[in-house]
Design a protein around this ligand. Sequence first.
Ligand code: ADP
Length: 300
Amino acid sequence: MNCGDGVVYKSLNEAISMTFGSTVTIENRQVVHGGDANDAYALMLSDGKRAFLKENTASNADFFRAEAEDVAAIGDTDTLRVPTIHAYGTDGNRAFLLMEYIERKGPCKDFWDKLGCGLAMMHKADTSKYVNDGKYGFKSNNYIGAGKQKNTPKESWIEFFSECRLRPQFKLAEAYFDMDVIKAADRLMDHLDRFLFEPEFPSLLHGDLWAGNFMSDENGEPMLIDPAVYVGCSEADIAMTELFGGFDKRFYVAYFDSMGKVQGYEDRRDLYNLYHLLNHLNLFGIAYLPAVVRTIREFE
Ligand code: ADP
């Protein structure tokens, strides 16, 4: 059973028994920390197997429909590993997502090279099946953390980044800005094409690639978790890896060796990350305002 079957379960017990067998039940659940949007648990099942469970309120059930779809999209590229999604649904006032439990082991010797090469392969994968009627976007809307992410297909990357990434976040954040900053943001939006370019080819992006969203599996191999996928410019994924401190430098060497680096990436990086800073401002509040304003000023 995987998320592709389209079944939305009405109870967690039903999802467990449909996935693992009719007599299998949950023996215990242990809280797993580290996420930022949901409650997470390692489940021990009555047949000795384990499963990983995420929960939220039933009103947020669409988070998990989207996560199942996003994980499946990355899985379809046959590049970096993602957990198998078993089921999702609601149970009373709770929404749940049930997936393969990954036993973590310390990273293997060439972990960073594999993560870098794997991501480059993912960025080179054919994207045609992920967007209907356009080059950039995704077949449905999803979430960036708990924030809504609009994925309306567009032929132009610059238009997509403008209309589906920056503009909705600017609109949500308006109350934080004085008139001077609003005018600077308008100027920035008016000339995005001075900074951004139309990529040679579109890439399926993880979309939320910070250090908490990859892990090493039971063999120490890299895998991706918790994506917010869409088809976009690969630089946007790499920019995010640098937002909160950056990955190991071996990751970048392996990635750019395989993918190539377009001149001026470093000059565009903060503009791509403005999307995430705005999202953090909208989700977590004023602590992110100085960084947002600084970035607007950098590109106005
Ligand atoms: P959230 O949606 O709340 O951000 P995450 O998907 O980031 O939650 O998961 C929270 C934590 O649980 C991660 O930091 C990771 O350590 C762990 N984790 C995520 N997926 C799995 C899994 N399939 N198996 C085992 N542990 C996992």
